[in-house]
Design a protein. Structure first.
Length: 404
């Protein structure tokens, strides 16, 4: 389940930019709007489907239904030749897919607990298969050259339907009914965690989460399209998705180093390392080229991605775990995801699409050096502001306790 969960996303997520910008010839602003549907669906659906699974229907059945619907919508994508129509089609697909990410975690936890497994010990190795699935899907898309045509959506669609059917064979995960009957709609949706914005440190953390969420979208949106823009006889262009998959491989490596860095440096410094890694990620791309030292910079940019992504997302989650009240901890984690994958992703998609179209495209030619350099400066400003404004005292004992 974990493997296919991210396979059906990885088949097209990184390459839809190449499809829209290079194959279809649509503009950056149009593509930014299409990509923003991932964020909008993250704001709407996970909380709603979480309530449904908690109160009315088995999680594995709801998961299966959503995956089949997601696959069905993806099958229609190749028929769309208008960016405005594709906006609504991808939005429909994302409304079905995004809640399955949290549902897959819930199903995994339930099955492990029901069979008396140690969730903390056993779940991470299972979740790693999700990243492997994402990488395998990217490689299939690359070697079939589906990044420049609609086949990427067929690959994701077929496997999503297979996953949906398969999910009905999973062990039953009945409603937990852990939401109080008299709970208000605010409590049911987890919105009571918004009171954390009344605390200066937490408010800053969530604001910077939004800014970093925007940075993540930039690399997902434009990375493959950027590499594909090089001369077609170059290795980088003909294997753009393969090169981008190094980022996901890097992610699986850096994730195991987080406990060491947290114990040694503390959460604030680890998050600062992440922000510096984003500066390097974008900066190396800005000076990248298909050969020589420029190729080395592109490869190094993909390697440093794992640090940029993991060190903020996982250390940020641990920060919430150690600083919020247990009564709203789950809601606070949901709020963290809402700020990164929701608001951050939405603003990153929309604003970057507008800015690139207005300032970095001349006569249909994209100034990729200027685009990535601007993104790098953006990450640098965020990092400096975070270092100056965010105050947090490192407690090694707290981190040690989390590891146990």
């Amino acid at each position: 389940m974990s493997f296919l969960q991210f396979f059906v996303w990885g088949a097209w997520l990184i390459t839809i930019g190449t499809y829209c910008l290079n194959a279809k010839g649509w503009g950056f602003e149009q593509f930014g709007a299409i990509f923003s549907t991932l964020a909008l669906s993250s704001l709407i659906m996970p909380a709603i489907t979480g309530i449904i699974a908690d109160k009315w229907i088995n999680a594995e059945k709801l998961y299966g239904i959503l995956q089949i619907l997601y696959g069905a919508v993806l099958l229609y994508v190749p028929q769309v030749n208008d960016p405005n129509t594709l906006y609504y089609v991808i939005f429909g697909a994302m409304l079905c897919y995004m809640p399955t990410i949290s549902l897959s975690n819930s199903i995994g936890y339930t099955i492990l607990k029901n069979n008396n497994y140690d969730v903390v010990k056993e779940f991470p190795p299972i979740r790693v298969w999700g990243t492997i699935g994402f990488i395998v899907a990217m490689l299939i898309t690359n070697f079939t050259h589906s990044n420049i045509n609609a086949n990427q959506f067929y690959i994701g669609a077929v496997m999503a339907i297979v996953l949906g059917i398969y999910s009905f064979s999973l062990p039953k995960c009945p409603p937990q009914r852990n939401i109080a009957k008299d709970a208000s709609i605010i409590e049911q949706l987890g919105l009571n965690a918004f009171k954390l914005f009344g605390q200066y440190k937490m408010a800053l953390f969530f604001v910077f989460s939004m800014f970093l969420g925007a940075a993540l979208q930039l690399t997902n949106m434009y990375g493959d399209s950027f590499l594909y823009s090089f001369p077609k006889d170059s290795f980088v262009s003909s294997n753009s998705t393969l090169v981008m998959s190094i980022s996901q491989i890097s992610e699986t490596v850096f994730i195991v180093t987080i406990p060491f860095f947290l114990r040694k440096f503390g959460i604030k410094k680890v998050m600062l390392i992440s922000m510096l890694a984003w500066v390097i990620r974008f900066g190396f791309f800005s000076y990248g080229s298909p050969e020589g030292f420029g190729l080395v910079l592109i490869l190094l940019s993909n390697i440093v991605y794992g640090m940029a992504f993991d060190f903020f997302n996982i250390s940020g989650s641990l920060f919430i775990e150690t600083t919020t009240d247990s009564k709203i901890r789950s809601s606070a984690q949901g709020l963290f995801m809402m700020m990164t994958n929701g608001f951050g992703a939405y603003f990153g998609s929309k604003i970057s699409g507008y800015m690139i179209s207005k300032y970095f495209v001349t006569d249909g030619v994209s100034d990729w050096h200027g685009i990535w350099l601007t993104f790098s400066i953006y990450a640098l400003v965020i990092g400096i502001a975070f270092a100056l404004l965010f105050k947090h005292k490192h407690d090694p004992d707290t981190v040690a306790n989390l590891n146990h």
